[in-house]
Ligand binder design. Structure first.
Ligand SMILES: [Zn+2]
Length: 72
């Protein structure tokens, strides 16, 4: 039997860095995972921030016009 603390889910493995596409160490000791380094993590966060500005997640709801505005 293996010790319970040896969780296979946290085994160190190499994944593709979402920012640069390079190899990234996906392990608890890599605080920038799934990125390979701090720079890549910041790059990706910046991309997401600008993406949010360009593409609104939802169109703003137009307020219903007052009832008497179209009657006059
Ligand atoms: Zn990277």
């Amino acid at each position: 039997m293996k010790p319970a603390k040896e969780s296979p889910a946290f085994e160190a493995r190499i994944v593709k860095c979402p920012a640069c596409g390079g190899p990234s160490r996906y392990a608890p000791d890599n605080r920038y995972r799934p990125f390979c380094c701090e720079r890549c993590k910041n790059l990706d966060l910046g991309a997401w921030a600008s993406e949010e500005f360009r593409v609104p997640t939802a169109p703003p709801l137009e307020p219903a016009p007052p009832e008497d505005s179209w009657r006059h």
